[in-house]
Design a protein around this ligand. Sequence first.
Ligand code: OXT
Ligand code: ADP
Ligand code: MG
Length: 576
Amino acid sequence: MAEAAIKETVDEAQDLTDGFSLVIDAMKLNGIDTIYGVPGIPITDLGRLAQAAGIRVLSFRHEQNAGYAAAIAGFLTKKPGVCLTVSAPGFLNGLTALAHATTNCFPMILVSGSSEREVVDLQQGDYEEMDQLAIAKPLCKAAYRVLHAQDIGIGFARAIRAAVSGRPGGVYLDLPAKLFAQVMNADAGAKSLVKVIDAAPAQIPSPAAVKRALDVLKAAKRPLIILGKGAAYAQADDAIKALVEKSGVPFLPMSMAKGLLSDMHPQCAGAARSTVLKDSDVVMLIGARLNWLLSHGKGRTWGDAPKKFIQVDIEPREMDSNVEIAAPVVGDIGSCVQALLDGMGTNWSAAPADWTGTVKAKRDENVAKMAPRFMNNKSPMDYHGALGALRTIIKERPDTILVNEGANTLDLARGAIDMYKPRKRLDVGTWGVMGVGMGSAIAAAVETGHPVLAVEGDSAFGFCGMEVETICRYKLPVCVVVFNNDGIYRGDGVNTGGGSDPATTAFVKGARYDKMAEAFGGVGVNATTPDDLRRAVNEALDSRKPTLINAVIDPAAGAESGRIGNLNPQSKLRKK
Ligand code: OXT
Ligand code: ADP
Ligand code: MG
């Protein structure tokens, strides 16, 4: 080829861009700086190139855990967490996390490579063939597929906006293999990208709705504010604190809203839960749904006294989903809470003192009742002894992020470990999913830089334990404590059929989970007393070294299903 012709070809090539580059440019343009995923065909090079372009790419051992990491990254940052998966099996592995994000109202984008449309649609047996878009659709808030390189910018813009605007949720973005290798003119490619402006616009409540809500609240004799994880997500911490304090109303934090206002706050009613739910006459829900976790707003939990609900939520269709909402306030929590505060004016009279006194008395009584249980130094440990050590550590290190899953390990830690700062408690969420622990711990460390303490039931840990290697590989400041009671709920189950198989809920006795960390160069500790546990956790948090502590818990210490045994169908049969 003549020299001039060669030069022309090279120049032309330099003027081109491709699908890989456009995907990376679209993410960078929109501030997406971290990807959680698992490499493989057709996205291996996308991961490599993204890393080369300065995006942090964390490779996991299983897509489900990468997905849980992306979901919780969304909760912590209000930006969509991105999970990147390969086609069919990798996509399906990520899908549980996408559905979990949607259920919990966390913004997340599952970006998945997929096989060739023409072959998939004719069902000709392509490599990892699957109609992924159709499968994802019912499980997420929105689902899109990009077929042409020039649409990558729009595809990402739609995905980002869908994930974070209105009620946040999971979005699926399908990128067929062929797309990555498509080339187009670099200038046209750059122009096709979209920077999403004001992705989650403020949604201002109507003045009439605000007035109605304040009128209901003002007339209350026994008011209660329930703060949910939507309130934690909203990052309107100062306004929420001001509203609670100005109103003088006791507040009950849902699990992941613990710490939004400190559990030590004089108005916190976390330790008087039954009393405030049963005896309140007006309940203001802020970013909390009346779902199963609040007994759907009716029945025994809520007592016989008539109740009026005020609900602050961005999703209008949430109103009246379970019971009548007397005062719906639809808008984003920051705007709604500010409008409520403004509407209260300067001479708002605080909640009646006889009610706040009753709540405080009940709370103090429960706290005093519980206190001695945290002091025991039994070996093997019971839950309270072990949690007594951990609650002190969180009190001394309130910036530590607490990840928590299991049944007894979850339910007892929720009550035992007081939280002091917003968005420091991450757990199983609305579905009670086991296995969110390691993904959540990894994302929490990556997104915030704070040390993480993951308190895990041995069963819960088993769903995601291989990610200990990921924690060690990226040298993350994560201390995992496995509450090892040899099983699901309890380790002393027996096979009533009399065979040699173990009971369905029992695991290997005396397992040493700490050895897993050692296998990957982390620190492993076997803790048999609360003192051992306290020492090992403090060391881990000081050193920021990946650590796994096997906390030996009495196999007979737990209850079936923790605090939700009543949901087992057999418990209903027994009552008959
Ligand atoms: O007012 P009252 O008197 O009622 O008292 C309350 C508070 O006022 C008081 N309190 C306090 N007292 C003193 N001091 C303080 N600081 C204090 N704070 C509170 O204490 C009581 C209780 O308060 P709480 O906790 O706020 O209230 P309560 O009544 O419990 O609240 C109700 C709920 C429903 C809101 C609450 O219980 C809740 O949030 N529950 C969430 C439950 C949940 O989601 N559980 C997880 C799922 S369980 C099950 O499904 C499991 N599986 C199946 C499975 C799952 N889930 N996922 C997948 C993918 N596959 C399978 C499995 C396999 S759990 C599980 C494994 C379990 O085994 P592990 O080994 O992991 O764990 P272990 O059990 O440890 O062995
Ligand atoms: P919890 O489990 O803590 O009770 P839920 O997940 O049930 O909390 O409820 C969270 C609620 O918060 C959802 O109904 C969701 O629509 C709402 N929400 C999330 N983000 C915002 C926001 N920024 N403004 C208003 N509402 C929000
Ligand atoms: Mg267990």
